[in-house]
Design a binder for this molecule. Structure first.
Ligand SMILES: *[C@@H]1O[C@H](CO)[C@@H](O)[C@H](O)[C@H]1NC(C)=O
Ligand SMILES: *[C@@H]1O[C@H](CO)[C@@H](O)[C@H](O)[C@H]1NC(C)=O
Length: 400
């Protein structure tokens, strides 16, 4: 019986999440006593000190460093011990847990923004008190998508906007005959929702401008989108560690195109995740590309009361809904907050959300990121989601 307990205790004391290379054997530990320990902490510590002193391999280890007690029956201590001493501590019947104590990245500090647009606010709380388009409360982890990359396929971005704080950079212009600026405003609005200081979901991400739409009229071709996507996939896959920290955000919709879909499928196969608008025709998303490509995350739009926008596409190819009605964000000049509606606006909410999650957690593959996004989503709350749509609403819940 005693042997069995020892065996269980030993298993419980090895943390499965921390793996330390053998040649680098850990020496810092945190140890807790059982709540029904048959000795007091002082007697236990004097026993530990004794064992440590007698250990032949104790050379460079300090022994007990500090003790803790919380409430009436939680006692613990930290210390630096050699393997011989720690083996004896693990055998001690009064010891509950022995864990290696290493520095870990823990990001739990929350930041609250009180002048937020309703869309980003709704990602952090289960329901909003009113439909004010600004002045809402957005709560987010302070990591805020730091270390992540948003590749925005659009009309260009006014990267000089102070709202981007220098985090928006020029990537590639598929229309060299047109200057590499946002003459329209659409791309700047999208990028603003992903990562600007006031309107953005992931306020520390880096935004890469990939201009595939020309001029002031929103004109482009499938070839130009594929050219931009090709540049993005090369840029990502030629940079070690970039894919798992990136998203391609695509607020563009073309008539169904097998070629365009195949291009996005190839990006996915290379480990590159794309988030795509379902488009605004109040019909099944199978009629549009790249919305109809199964490997991308396809996004429909809701209003602040979680009702699908009357124009949002729907159906089984949609993965998730997000805010897309009366969204305030940036335009192609400074100090010009602009309110727009569309799946162009719901898409960057999800792009920003995926970057927020990828900044905070290890979500290595496109499927890892999608699974996490869908696991966190609010389920069954979207009103009139449309025939065949999954009833999922984008959410991280940091302010719940
Ligand atoms: C952005 O700033 C750069 C550097 O100051 C400048 O060369 C460029 O013309 C600016 N672009 C726009 C669109 O204002
Ligand atoms: C990716 O694009 C950025 C921005 O244009 C550039 O600075 C960087 O060198 C590119 N990286 C690779 C590996 O091509």
């Amino acid at each position: 019986m005693a042997t069995l307990q020892h065996a269980l205790l030993f298993l419980a004391s090895i943390s499965p999440v921390i793996s330390v290379p053998a040649e680098n054997a850990p020496s810092k530990y945190i140890i807790s006593l059982k709540s029904d320990a048959t000795t007091d902490i002082e007697s236990h510590l004097s026993w530990v000190t004794d064992v440590h002193r007698r250990s032949l391999s104790r050379r460079d280890t300090a022994g007990v460093e500090r003790t803790f007690s919380i409430g009436s029956n939680f006692n613990a201590y930290t210390g630096e011990f050699d393997s011989e001493t720690i083996a004896q501590i693990k055998e001690n019947l009064n010891v509950a847990f022995v864990e290696v104590d290493v520095e870990q990245l823990v990001t739990t500090a929350l930041v609250t923004q009180t002048d937020a647009p309703w869309g980003i606010a709704s990602l952090s709380t289960p329901s909003l008190p009113n439909g004010n388009i600004l002045g809402q409360k957005y709560v987010y982890d302070e990591s805020a998508g730091g270390g992540t990359w948003a590749y925005v396929l659009d009309t260009g971005i006014f990267v000089n906007n102070t709202e981007f704080e220098g985090r928006a950079i020029k990537g590639y212009n598929a229309w060299p005959e047109d200057t590499f600026d946002d003459k329209y405003g659409h791309g700047s609005h999208v990028a603003g929702t992903i990562g600007s200081k006031t309107y953005g979901v992931a306020k520390k991400t880096t935004i890469v401008d990939v201009k595939v739409v020309r001029g002031t009229d929103g004109y482009s071709t499938i070839a130009k989108v594929l050219e931009g996507l090709d540049w993005i996939v090369k840029n990502i896959t030629n940079t070690p560690g970039r894919a798992e920290k990136s998203v391609v955000s695509v607020s563009l919709a073309y008539a169904k195109s097998d070629v365009l879909n195949a291009g996005f499928e190839a990006a996915y196969a290379a480990g590159v995740l794309s988030v795509v608008g379902a488009a605004n025709d109040n019909e099944d998303a199978s009629t549009k590309s790249p919305a109809s490509e199964p490997s991308v995350i396809t996004v429909g739009a809701v209003d602040w009361q979680k009702t699908r926008a009357e124009w949002s596409n729907f159906g089984p190819l949609v993965d998730i809904f997000a805010p897309g009605v009366e969204i305030v964000s940036l335009w192609n000049k400074d100090d010009f907050p602009t309110t727009l509606s569309g799946t162009s606006m719901s898409t960057p909410h999800v792009s920003g959300l995926v970057l927020y999650l990828r900044g905070k957690e290890s979500l290595l593959t496109p499927d890892d990121a999608r699974d996490r996004l869908l696991a966190l989503a609010q389920k069954g709350v979207v009103v009139n989601e449309g025939v065949g749509s999954p009833n999922f609403l984008a959410y991280h819940g940091a302010g719940a």
